[in-house]
Design a protein around this ligand. Sequence first.
Ligand SMILES: Nc1ncnc2c1ncn2[C@@H]1O[C@H](COP(=O)(O)OP(=O)(O)OP(=O)(O)O)[C@@H](O)[C@H]1O
Ligand SMILES: [Mg+2]
Length: 214
Amino acid sequence: MAIIAICNQKGGCGKTSIAINLAQAFATNGKDVLLLDMDPQGSASDWRSIALGSGPAFDVREIERSDLLRQARALRQIHDVIIVDCPPQYAQPSSAAIRVADLVLVPVQPSPFDVWSTHAIVDLIKARQEATQGKPLAAYVVSRAISNTTLQRSLSEALSQQSLPVLSSGTTQRVAYATTAAQGKTVFDGRPTTARREIEAMHEEIKEMLNDDE
Ligand SMILES: Nc1ncnc2c1ncn2[C@@H]1O[C@H](COP(=O)(O)OP(=O)(O)OP(=O)(O)O)[C@@H](O)[C@H]1O
Ligand SMILES: [Mg+2]
């Protein structure tokens, strides 16, 4: 079905949290999911290893840039959805992920500085789109939002000056993201929370984007 790359050179903006929870959302909906960890920090792989037997319903595999480029086509034949968790660098790993992706998500925290700092990754995406008649699809996803109307206004303004669309779904600052991750779990474990509804909404929105593109 699709390769979804989650990229932003900014550290700590929520890439891995979105990657693991979105992977679980697709798996919960019966898809064969593979999560590829391109980050030498290995956060997603560490998360997988603490889950032991009771872990998520998908594999997590570490992969390097050259292997991603070489194996993407074959992996696409095997899995319904491949999610690529990129490291906090914009150059080589992210450009490989953007190259093989159908959709690139750029998580961005609700600060104009964080939006402005995405210009390098957005340039990479735009260059790829220009070379391939508009592929991959790409969008910002607001991550770790806090309810503050002044902040929301300046964020919307900063985002509207950029050349990528913004998903209407996103994550807000919720302790459930950190507590579930610390146990090798996702927001789909335990009782339904706002965090889970946020990821479900993101999953729905992404499915629609990918279907519309077929
Ligand atoms: N919506 C959220 N609410 C609360 N905490 C969050 C949220 N999203 C992420 N976090 C926490 O913020 C920290 C950074 O998140 P995460 O590791 O997902 O970011 P990252 O972009 O992958 O970081 P890196 O660039 O280092 O790979 C983690 O401790 C995570 O649990
Ligand atoms: Mg990460």
